[in-house]
Design a protein around this ligand. Structure first.
Ligand code: COA
Length: 130
């Protein structure tokens, strides 16, 4: 968990300039956290929050040295498996618009207009499970 939080801090706060109080929003204790590990190091992470039969997917971050190798795609696939196993029907997320292709390729669809969150352009996306 400490390694996942450290990666999130480096990616969201240092690299993207998101304020720490927005990155750490008080919901980590109730979430399921997934990590990608290589050579004993956490190189990717994401978070799933379960609300009835909907999963809120967020905090997807991959170490800058491990990008464009499919790590985020693998985390999205694992998130689907965990959500299905928990009986969820729907995944929802706020995608940074520059990365929307990642989610489109994973079967997500855009919902509504582009908006700004933590100073970054986002669009809501969702995917039905099974
Ligand atoms: C976005 C992020 C999680 C992607 O992780 P990744 O492991 O590099 O993603 P993948 O290798 O699985 O990428 C799959 C596809 O997503 C799209 N994609 C990924 N990174 C992209 C980028 N920087 N710009 C545009 N498209 C991108 C591409 O279509 C890519 O396929 P390709 O490599 O064959 O072109 C990573 O760049 C990151 O941590 N960024 C900073 C934090 C962030 O923006 N998080 C996402 C919040 S929505």
């Amino acid at each position: 968990m400490a390694a996942a939080l450290d990666l999130r801090d480096r990616v969201f706060c240092v690299e993207q300039g998101v304020p720490k109080h927005e990155e750490i929003d008080g919901r980590d204790d109730e979430a399921l956290h997934l990590v990608a590990v290589r050579d004993g190091r956490v190189i990717g992470t994401c978070r799933l929050l379960f609300v009835d039969r909907t999963v809120q997917f967020s905090r997807l971050a991959v170490d800058v040295a491990a990008r464009r190798e499919g790590i985020a795609t693998l985390l999205l696939e694992e998130a689907d498996r965990e959500a299905l196993a928990a009986g969820a029907r729907r995944m929802v997320l706020h995608a940074q618009t520059y990365a929307r292709e990642l989610y489109l390729a994973a079967g997500y669809e855009e919902r509504g207009r582009v908006f700004v969150e933590a100073g970054i352009e986002h669009v809501a996306m969702e995917r039905r499970l099974a």
